[in-house]
Design a protein around this ligand. Structure first.
Ligand code: AMP
Ligand code: GLY
Length: 439
């Protein structure tokens, strides 16, 4: 008889407060073993998910955190965002003998230092854009004047997705590099990367890792820009769809062989035990897939898009990753449908925006319709109000993408808050009936 890896998987904690964490909770509650899911801190919509409870607890308050986790007999902790991962919350919880899904700070460096990630890729021979690392205005001037134009300018450290610029002139390239070096992003910009600009469709690939083996999730495509037709400022992501039909099976095998496996081998070589999700931000260029960035967490809104496709055993797989006991051949997919997500944002996002507006919902969730809260809270009377730049993630599944996105946009017509904004063209790449003039 096969020995069960999960002796007890009743009480789960998810750290984070976004749509990503709510969608993880939603996928996890489907498993019969799970009794209770605590979100620390969660948001205005977390407690509408079955078995879920918010805990307003600061994870930086280490004594209280451990006391609470012990009291609640927590079996598995999932760390959602990059900041606690980079700060070593995983290391700390593991040192207290908790099972954790999410890498230690050494593995999180793949996201928290872009220059470190670049050296890592060079050592492992992983295809990526050419780059120059600079730490003074003089150095950056010299590179910008001699390297082929255009260049992408990136702050080395974490900048909440706002640290990447693609200037249109050499003059602007100088200007932004100088601003970053001079402190626009504080410590995160002490080192600046100047990168060759590469071209092609972007894909997000997620590998659940147990330190040695991995399982792939269906691929997804994000929509980074704020405006339709992929114009305007970069955002955290305005919508997504999954799986992406652009990749054939053989291309996915190539990505595994040339990118995913060398990444895991290099982590092992560096004695980094990576137990969590590896997020590969890829660009499919004419000369093949290249890594644009690594992240040490699930993408948002890709996670909301993928979670409804997961089988009820999803939480077991996260647990096996935490324990280092993945077989490597587990099935995660529980649906043959496709999934699409549209983000409803606050007017002004990704720059300044107001919060605190009441949200009205004249629609219901159903088997194929999920309304995950991204940035919401509750007012004194318990009514749901806006609480962030990205407010709601509307996710629908269908037989095809036309079907899924038609549903999502129908739902959005029945949701309202002051200043609601969403892109009307999410999924245009895969919608047969889509015409930009319809929007
Ligand atoms: P990142 O935060 O590193 O994912 O970068 C944000 C976005 O900037 C990416 O999703 C790409 O659209 C774009 N980008 C980053 N690096 C490059 C590059 N070397 N060439 C072209 N586009 C890039
Ligand atoms: N959606 C992109 C990210 O999570 O970084």
């Amino acid at each position: 008889m096969k020995k069960k890896v999960y002796e007890k998987l009743e009480n789960i904690v998810i750290i984070g407060s976004g749509g990503r964490e709510n969608s993880l909770a939603w996928a996890i509650q489907k498993n019969k073993l799970v009794q209770k899911i605590y979100l620390i801190p969660g948001n205005g919509g977390s407690e509408k998910i079955k078995k879920c409870q918010n805990l307003t607890l600061d994870y930086e308050n280490k004594n209280l955190l451990i006391k609470t986790l012990n009291l609640l007999e927590i079996d598995l902790i999932i760390i959602g965002p990059e900041i606690p991962l980079a700060k070593g919350l995983g290391n700390f919880l593991r040192s207290k003998n908790f099972e954790v899904f999410g890498p230690n700070s050494d593995g999180a460096k793949l996201e928290s230092s872009k220059s470190w990630a670049k050296s890592f890729m060079i050592d492992a021979n992983i295809p990526t854009a050419k780059f120059w690392k600079v730490s003074s205005v003089e150095e950056s001037k010299q590179i910008i004047s001699t390297a082929p134009f255009p260049l992408v300018v990136k702050a080395d450290g974490l900048a909440s997705g706002k640290g990447v610029f693609i200037p249109e002139t050499k003059e602007d390239t100088h200007k932004i590099a100088k601003e970053i070096i001079n402190g626009k992003f504080g410590e995160a910009g002490k080192i600046v990367l100047l990168e060759e600009k590469i071209e092609g469709p972007e894909i997000s690939i997620f590998a659940l890792c147990d330190g040695k083996k991995y399982i792939l999730l269906p691929s997804a495509q994000d929509h980074k820009r704020i405006e339709e037709n992929d114009k305007g400022l970069n955002t955290g992501g305005m919508g997504a769809y999954s799986p992406t039909p652009i990749l054939t099976k053989s291309e996915i095998s190539m990505i595994c062989k040339d990118i995913i496996e060398p990444t895991i081998d290099e982590l092992i070589k560096r004695n980094i035990e990576y137990k969590g999700v590896l997020y590969f931000g890829l660009m499919i260029t004419k000369s093949g897939p290249k890594v644009i960035e690594y992240n040490c967490r699930f993408g948002d809104p890709e996670c909301q898009t993928i979670m409804p496709l997961m089988d009820t055993n999803f939480v077991n797989i996260l647990y096996k990753c935490a324990k280092g006991k993945l077989n490597g051949d587990e099935e995660v997919l529980g649906s043959s449908k496709v999934s699409g997500c549209v983000i409803a944002a606050s007017k002004g996002y990704p720059e300044n925006y107001d919060i605190g507006f009441p949200i009205t919902f004249n629609c219901e969730e159903s088997k194929d319709v999920q309304i995950f809260h991204s940035g919401t809270s509750k007012d004194k009377e318990g009514k749901i109000i806006t609480g962030g730049g990205r407010v709601l993630s509307i996710v629908c599944q269908g037989e095809d993408f036309d079907n899924a996105f038609d549903m999502a946009y129908k739902v959005l017509k029945n949701i309202n808050f002051a200043g609601i904004y969403y892109r009307k063209d999410i999924g245009h790449q895969v919608r047969k009936n889509y015409s930009y003039n319809d929007t």
